[in-house]
Ligand binder design. Structure first.
Ligand SMILES: *Cc1c(COP(=O)(O)O)cnc(C)c1O
Length: 354
């Protein structure tokens, strides 16, 4: 598909690396020296290039700005024990990006374009991978319509980019969540299963309302009757109920998280009972009250495993057992982290060395 994967590289004159305080790097605010871009023109990907990270010209008439024709991915890299860069499941992010692209009427990205641009960019900015315990390099591939046309129709031109952001230790402090029973993130037939920009813009307001009441995040419920649990803002959710790991079955209103899949895979590998099914809000509330729900946590690339401390529902808070008592989520957090850092064997072939 791509005739030649030649990537033109323009290096920075002077790295900004020494300006970054690696003992204090908030998530998503620092970017490495370089960024990758490719243009989709006349039905093919061309002009693959890496340039210094910075602002770029975009037409004020681009449909990405007006109509949200824009998709993204998120994954992480760590420095392994012998200095190599370990990227967690990038081929799965590539596949998911193409699922999002198809839904949003955008061109597919060939695997070699995704992987080669990623490894070339990482190679240039390798020194930016934080070494401090718990830190990582967050990788953000994204694609947007680059037409100059303010009408709603499939676009012709697109830009695919990758930027990299060093992220400091992420303390997975227990979170307070509110079950959302009024606003809706995604519905059957919608775009919830795609990592499409607009899904997130619309979620900010309900999340802000919950934050004003002291919650960190929302748990979304089905858009029809708000009876069944779906997922959180950028995390899937899981519960341990009577020693079984339970999570909502995937549907077109739930994002198929790669962390979700990794946790399910590890649990099955350990011989734990696992169920992907509908979970009624009522089941969780009653289960917290009668003690059968022993763990609740969010799973996603940023936090990996975020223990849920309490769940708010219709004005009442339901407190879960203390985090120290949670055997499964503690074990799965440690093991997943060790696989990502290359300090434990990787039996499922999840790590790509770059
Ligand atoms: C990205 C995302 C997730 C988690 O996916 P991971 O691949 O595990 O990072 C879950 N839900 C939503 C809505 C997301 O955007």
């Amino acid at each position: 598909m791509i005739d030649t994967l030649k990537i033109n590289i323009e290096r920075v004159a002077k790295s900004r690396l020494s300006e970054v305080d690696f003992s204090n790097i908030p998530f998503g605010k620092n970017f490495t020296d370089h960024m990758f871009l490719a243009d989709y023109r006349d039905g093919e990907w061309k002009n693959l290039h890496i340039i210094p990270y910075g602002y770029m010209p975009v037409s004020p008439a681009t449909p990405a700005i007006h109509y949200g024709q824009s998709i993204f991915e998120g994954m992480k890299a760590h420095r392994g024990p012998t200095g190599e860069t370990l990227v967690f499941r990038p081929a799965d992010n590539w596949k998911r990006m193409n699922i999002s692209a198809a839904r949003m009427c955008m061109p597919l990205i060939p695997e070699d374009l995704f992987m080669d641009s990623l490894s070339t960019l990482i190679d240039l900015d390798r020194q930016w991978i934080p070494d401090t315990e718990g830190s990582s390099l967050y990788i953000r591939p994204f694609m947007f319509s680059a037409d100059e046309y303010i009408g709603i129709r499939p676009s012709q031109d697109f830009t695919f980019m990758i930027i990299l952001s060093p992220a400091g230790p992420y303390y997975a402090a227990p979170v307070k969540v509110k079950i959302e029973t009024h606003y809706t993130r995604a519905v059957a037939g919608g775009t919830g299963y795609a990592k499409a920009g607009g899904n997130y813009g619309g979620a900010i307001y309900p999340a802000k309302l919950a934050q004003e009441k002291g919650y960190h995040q929302l748990i979304w419920t089905d858009g029809k009757n708000h009876e069944y649990i779906e997922e959180s803002g950028t995390m899937n959710v899981m519960f341990v109920i009577n020693d079984t790991l339970v999570t909502p079955a995937l549907s077109d209103s739930i994002l198929a998280g790669i962390t979700r899949d990794s946790v399910l895979t590890l649990a099955r590998h350990w011989g734990m009972k696992v169920a992907e099914r509908k979970i009624a809000v009522k089941e969780i509330i009653e289960g917290i009250e009668d003690g059968t729900v022993t763990e609740a946590f969010g799973v996603g690339t940023a936090a990996t495993i975020a223990p849920i401390e309490l769940i708010g529902h219709e004005g009442k808070d339901y407190v879960l057992p203390p985090v120290e008592s949670r055997k499964f989520s503690t074990k799965v957090y440690q093991e997943l982290d060790a696989i990502k850092r290359g300090t434990m064997p990787d039996p499922f072939g999840w790590i790509a060395r770059m």
